[in-house]
Design a binder for this molecule. Structure first.
Ligand code: URA
Length: 188
């Protein structure tokens, strides 16, 4: 099994899809590599592409505020995306691009061995929970896969576009807090 550094180097060199040609920086992941909680978004945006760090733009800042509500910051979780290179003009990553990149996320998951995975938005939920996942109906529900608890919440950029979704997301955050308290009564 690869270690974090060799996996990052492989990812850096990857040209299995064309996003590697147009990106500025690889956006591999951020946070604690010994965390029990993993957050997975869709793909880097402009600020992430420029800095090489996931979720640092406007959506990322909102996400940080949301996680702070349940007393979590990046020392307590690991965060990454389905695709590690920015899709031009922030379009959704194509199925072929997701397919080319998913092996890196699998390796990251093997290395981290998270016990809880939170999908940020529809694209991550469709890839990691079920291809026909309906975020509007199913957000906040829990499923267990191979001993790992999984859920999805609205993507923070959806919450920037549509503030009316925020109360439901607050409830989902409370559910994440409760699940973590149940699994790790001593704290993360
Ligand atoms: N949106 C995502 O899905 N991921 C990021 O890293 C930034 C914005």
């Amino acid at each position: 099994m690869k270690d974090w550094e060799s996996l990052r180097r492989d990812c850096e060199r990857c040209r299995q899809c064309s996003l590697g040609e147009t990106r500025t920086n690889l956006v591999f992941g951020d946070g604690s590599t010994s965390a029990k909680l993993m957050l997975v978004g869709e793909g880097p945006g402009q600020q992430e592409d420029l800095t090489g760090v996931p979720f640092v733009g406007p959506a990322g800042q909102l996400l940080d505020q949301m996680m702070a509500i349940i007393d979590l910051d990046r020392t307590k979780y690991y965060i990454t995306n389905i695709v590690k290179c920015r899709p031009p003009r922030n379009r959704d990553p194509l199925a072929t691009e997701q397919e080319a990149c998913i092996g890196y996320l699998r390796e990251q998951t093997r290395l981290l061995r998270p016990q809880v995975i939170v999908c940020l938005g529809r694209i991550a939920a469709m890839r990691l929970i079920r291809p026909d996942y309906r975020i509007t109906r199913e957000h906040g529900q829990w499923v267990q896969r191979g001993g790992v608890w999984m859920t999805a919440i609205y993507h923070p950029s959806a919450l920037l576009r549509d503030e009316s979704k925020r109360p439901e997301t607050f409830d989902d955050l409370m559910s994440i807090r409760d699940k973590l308290a149940e699994l790790f009564p001593e704290g993360l």
